[in-house]
Design a binder for this molecule. Sequence first.
Ligand code: NAD
Ligand code: UFG
Length: 337
Amino acid sequence: MNVLLTGGTGYIGSHTAVVLLQSGYRVVLYDNLSNSSDAVLEKLAQITGQPIPFIKGDVRDTELLISTLAAHRIDAVVHFAGLKAVGESVEKPVDYYANNVQGTISLLQAMQSAQVKTLVFSSSATVYGEPQFLPLDESHPTSATNPYGRSKLHIEEMLKDVAASDPAWGIACLRYFNPVGAHESGLIGENPNGVPNNLMPYIAQVAAGQRAELSVFGADYPTADGTGVRDYIHVMDLAQGHAAALAFLSATIGWHAVNLGTGKGYSVLDMIQAVEKASGQRVPYKIVARRAGDVAACYADPKKAGEALNWRATRTLDDMCASTWRFQQSQRLSVMS
Ligand code: NAD
Ligand code: UFG
């Protein structure tokens, strides 16, 4: 089976490429490199022992997508491509709707034209908005608190209409919780440009001495230690969730939303401690004001993924932190050499 990964050179796409190749899929990567580098292709070849076809292109280029789907005889698409920074989306909503919503419309037009009707979409737990109950299951009402989240919600709803219009479509919207960690080789991982927005890359840079201290956004939440609680999931578990979703769609039609999370929540202070343990380094921090838009706690009910996809996360918090640190160290060595 041939699978196109839009956004395939990005953080989650590159890890998923490894898992899909190792599960016997043929994989083609498609990315405009706006938030990744083609240097990852060499690393992927090192890990998997084979070169991976890559097309540099934008998902809004419908013609290029149509020719790519035909040339590589694509059977299914995993759609990672998009912008993902919540704060930036508030400042640049048009960019977010253009890349995420318009990009998905273009992809759907290309898929329709090429008669490719199996799609796995990178959605997010952000579509649940402010949690009304925990753990979050897929029946929790959806809403959006920022343009990024709204773009994901618009796309999910669009995809529901598409699936309802034609029974040939099989679509899985995978609602990721908080992906962290890296491939065990340390060759690929999350490498954000500039100051990291997310907790884990920030902590890793503090542990590595690249940043002086972490700002903990609020210690007055109604959680055990007062800091925000999230469902951190190892990116390799998440990647395996995509293989499970493709297997599910090979036997199923219609639209499906599925949480990919562990069901466990860890606080910011838990994460600091876990990285300190994995790295043997101190992570200095200071408590500052809450970050606008953050919720106290967010974690998944992963039951549906277990039942429908026969998938569950198996890696521990220690695995997440050890692999993050290994990648951090290998980055440092490659910068020095
Ligand atoms: P990433 O930025 O590392 O990967 C996204 C890739 O898409 C990048 O390589 C970028 O160059 C590419 N891209 C962006 N716009 C494009 C366009 N118009 N055409 C072609 N390529 C384009 O991000 P990631 O963390 O790997 O996230 C992948 C997907 O998962 C995104 O859709 C994101 O919204 C979603 N997601 C991520 C998280 C997270 O915390 N990382 C959580 C929930 C959902
Ligand atoms: N945090 C800090 N200091 C930092 C960064 C984060 O204390 O420097 C805290 C946050 O307040 C929060 C927790 O660490 O309590 C996690 O924050 P992240 O920014 O890493 O992750 P979020 O849960 O805010 O959001 C992430 C993605 C969203 C996605 C969501 C759910 O950024 O795109 O997970 O999947 F929608």
